[in-house]
Design a protein around this ligand. Sequence first.
Ligand code: CTP
Ligand code: MG
Length: 233
Amino acid sequence: MATRTVAVVLAGGVGERMGAGRPKQLMEVGGRPILAHAVHAFDAHPGIGEVVVVMAPGHLREAAAIAAPFGKTAAVIEGGATRTASTVAALRLLEDRPDDVRVLFHDAARPFVDRPVIDRVLDALDDGEAVAVGVPSSDTIVVVEDGTVASMPPRETLTRFQTPQGFRLGTIRKAYELALADPGLRATDDCGIVHRYLPDVPIRVVAGSERNLKVTQPLDAVIAEHLASEEAP
Ligand code: CTP
Ligand code: MG
């Protein structure tokens, strides 16, 4: 039987904000590359059938070497100039798969995604089409325009999105089809695409975890190293 659940690990970025001189997902924390942590989390999950890695151009060989030891690695492909383009590359690879396949998109830059978070996404996808992972914001978040507070949404309603984000393949495929036909396309994540182009599709939000941080800036690398040391057996 063909795989019903594919995890796509998005590693197509170059890590500009980290400023490491090479993609941050190749940096090691706890003695192995960030990308290896992310692939491992999905490889080890019994609900995942295949893992696809989307890598930054010019680094495919390094990514393949990191991903190859994991038995569920099905493909390592080249990404695009934006995260959206990298997602599209993965959708192209999956174009022959049936609509009801479940696909999870995960930031390679989040090495500490764990089994309970993946479980919650898969469970919510059993009777849903789109699922996001969120954590409450402990900071107050405001909208600032021209250096002045324009509005203050109530903190209890504000949620910080993490990944993985999970979809029925047919749903995310349709959303991207519409998005790619829109010359004004802009979005930072895949739920953003569904929300904008398929507004009638409810996006379920399940609990993420504070450990599931996105390694983005140099301070995050220090925190990640600490979290990795806590994880060691
Ligand atoms: N990503 C991707 N393809 C891109 C850009 C980003 O697959 N063209 C991936 C990154 O590799 C990362 C995730 O999307 O795992 C979240 O992106 P981000 O944290 O912004 O990573 P970078 O784009 O690499 O970092 P920066 O924005 O600082 O350059
Ligand atoms: Mg980026």
